[in-house]
Design a protein around this ligand. Structure first.
Ligand SMILES: [Zn+2]
Length: 488
């Protein structure tokens, strides 16, 4: 394979004046920017110190047990990022609309490093490079990463950036370049960020080569086998699940991918898989998870369409009561209204005002049926009786008048009241049997037909309103059924 954009033999740096990529050479010298014509001088590329540090790291006497223990400890803590950088991020990523701002900061911090490469300045430059790199086109990305590698004095920063360059080279299938970029990086760091960067780069290289046992050696078989830094762990899991697919552990791969999709959603996982392009990863497991997610969504949609149809059917049923129910509602409504109205009417007119409850008509109809010389109007006598000093009972007697007019005269001077209280036998023939009860029952019987008409009118109005409502609900039901039919 020939040279790629990530070839280690090339040297592409960023023009200090305009920020454009600048072709330099490993030997160093003076180079003119093709965009702004500024001339920059670079010393020879020198990786010897990092190469020997990496060999020393490989042979370091810290045991793997000790190293993993330290990495796991860091995995439980959130990554320490300078506040100025954290303020640029949303969910750990740089949003597109803040790229220009971050880029301006990157150029500014780069000029600060030329004055003093103090650690806080270098740290900001490092983080800005890491978060900006995915937003650059390939040539600018290469230039930004390589420039930062050469400018930053901290070995840890250079380690992470070289791993990023190695990963880009592996994605471009430039395996020689990927190995060359990884060579000066310590393969056994005790810092979690550096360790994860190395694993991600080395696993990307192994995956591109089809060396799947190497991928699981680096990333483990299960999710918790290897401690990984939070920002890139999902990208690592994608490589690992893909390796499981290729190693005949398809069921594990599918189960884990389904968990991932449930946790993060189809779009986010598709995006993360896409970040490994042109490598095509997790085709079977992600295909399965997408299918299941779609089926689940379909089932949910079918369920809610079904529920909607049922709810509208119930509503329509309530809007179409049976004749039996309507009839009983009519009867009960009439009974309640008649009872209330009849009772109040009788109590007020006969009980309190002491008069004919129908303004003379009642007596005119009833009195001829009580005795031969019984005539209207009613004469109503009420009194209370107290027995043993504390039991008080009240009585109301209703009499028709006599045809001769004697009783009306007696009423005027209270004589009739006295005879009624004393229970004079001559009064018996004029007394209306049942008294107040008779008034009450007959008033209710008189009012009942009118109440029936009122309740019927109200019900009819309700029925007409319901008919309109039913027509609207029927349309809704039709739409809901059509919607349900779409799900078969
Ligand atoms: Zn320039």
């Amino acid at each position: 394979m020939g040279q790629t954009l990530y070839s280690h033999a090339l040297r592409i740096l960023t023009c200090a004046q305009c920020g454009a990529p600048l072709d330099a050479s490993a030997e160093g010298g003076r180079f003119t920017c093709a965009y702004c014509s500024a001339v920059s001088s670079f010393a020879r590329r020198d990786e010897s110190a990092d190469l020997s540090a990496a060999s020393a790291g490989r042979a370091a006497d810290v045991s793997e047990q000790e190293r993993y223990a330290r990495l796991r400890q860091q995995d439980r803590q959130p990554a320490a990022i300078p506040d100025a950088i954290a303020a640029l991020l949303v969910d750990g990523h740089l949003p597109e609309d803040r790229v220009a701002n971050a880029e301006a900061q990157w150029r500014d911090v780069r000029s600060q490093i030329a004055i003093t490469p103090s650690f806080p300045v270098c740290e900001r430059f490092f983080h800005l490079t890491v978060i900006l790199a995915p937003h650059f086109d390939e040539r600018r990305r290469r230039a930004a990463l390589e420039t930062a590698v050469e400018l930053l004095p901290d070995a840890g920063h250079r380690h992470v950036l070289r791993c990023m360059l190695a990963r880009e080279a592996a994605r471009a299938r430039d395996f020689t370049a990927a190995e060359a970029w990884l060579a000066p990086a310590n393969p056994r760091p005790t810092d979690l960020e550096q360790d994860t960067a190395y694993r991600l780069a080395a696993a990307t290289l192994a995956s591109a080569r089809g060396d799947y046992p190497k991928v699981v050696e680096l990333l483990g078989f299960g999710r918790d086998d290897v401690p990984l830094e939070n920002r890139t762990e999902v990208a690592c899991w994608i490589l690992r699940i893909d390796a499981l697919e290729h190693l005949g552990r398809e069921a594990d791969a599918i189960a884990e991918m389904n968990d991932l999709v449930k946790q993060w959603g189809v779009d986010r996982i598709r995006h993360t898989i896409g970040l490994h392009a042109p490598l095509t990863l997790c085709e079977r497991s992600f295909g399965d998870a997408v299918g299941r997610a779609a089926a689940k969504q379909q089932a949910n949609a079918r369920g809610s369409a079904e529920a909607e149809v049922r709810a509208i059917e119930v509503k329509l049923e309530q809007l179409s009561p049976s004749y039996g129910r309507l009839f009983s509602q009519l009867m009960i409504g009439t009974a309640i209204l008649t009872f209330l109205f009849g009772s109040v009417w009788t109590c007020v007119l006969t009980g309190m005002i002491e008069t004919d409850p129908l303004f003379g008509m009642h007596a005119r109809v009833l009195c001829p049926r009580i005795c031969d010389d019984c005539v209207p109007p009613y004469l109503i006598e009420s009194w209370s009786t107290t027995t043993n000093g504390n039991n008080t009972s009240s009585s109301t007697n209703i009499y028709c008048s006599d045809a001769a007019g004697r009783m009306v005269g007696m009423e005027a001077n209270n004589q009739l009241w006295l005879d009624a209280v004393n229970g004079a036998p001559w009064l018996d023939r004029y007394e209306v049997p049942g008294g107040m009860w008779t008034m009450w029952f007959t008033i209710m019987a008189t009012f009942a037909p009118f109440m029936l008409v009122i309740v019927f009118a109200l019900k009819l109005r309700g029925a007409l309103a319901r008919r309109e409502q039913r027509a609207r609900v029927a349309l809704d039901l039709e739409a809901a059924r059509a919607n349900r039919a779409r799900f078969g």
